[in-house]
Design a protein around this ligand. Sequence first.
Ligand code: HEC
Length: 172
Amino acid sequence: MPDIPSDPNSPKYAAHMAKIDGCADCHTPTVQVEEVKGMGLAGGQPFRGPWGNVASANITPDDTGIRTYTEDFFLLVLRTGVVNGQHLNPVMPVLAYQNLNDTDLKAVYSYLRSVPAVQHRVDNSLTPTDCKVCKQRHGGGDKNSAVKKNWTNRNAWPVLLFSQISTVLRCG
Ligand code: HEC
């Protein structure tokens, strides 16, 4: 038996819960089994099957992730599989998590609040396109620029400009 941290309010317990619940197995993108660096829980991993082609969501505390989720809302989503009136794709194994008790779900929530926020847009309502950030092909992939941080970095501007210009050219 693995050592289960005894205090349910401790960050250790939270990390433990999130780990055994396997959130990262689907929510952290991988390339040939290796996790894509800096993309912990940031989503984008595609799953193709009878359920369609759906990518895992960004569940980091970023605006492009689940920053706006309150604890109550998180519990509701994990129990119902419904986000703002929309049923999540069944690949998200809501059934498996429905019976976790409040303490455990709250522990997972607090763990998700503690991980680095990653700016990464995943939108399953859009057509899958290549994503430079997570190295996958997913809905809204082309909306993510490889230049993520440090807008004052002078070298970033020409790259950004170039990518904007080439987007415009491709559209025209
Ligand atoms: C088998 C793969 C898989 C596992 C394991 C998994 N997820 Fe997901 N999850 C998905 C996919 C795919 C989606 C996107 C579903 C969609 O857009 O319809 C998703 C969506 C979500 C969303 C909705 C985000 C939003 O607002 O759009 C939340 C929250 C979430 N997962 C949390 C979790 C948590 C917490 C765990 C661990 C306890 C977990 N998931 C485990 C595949 C998985």
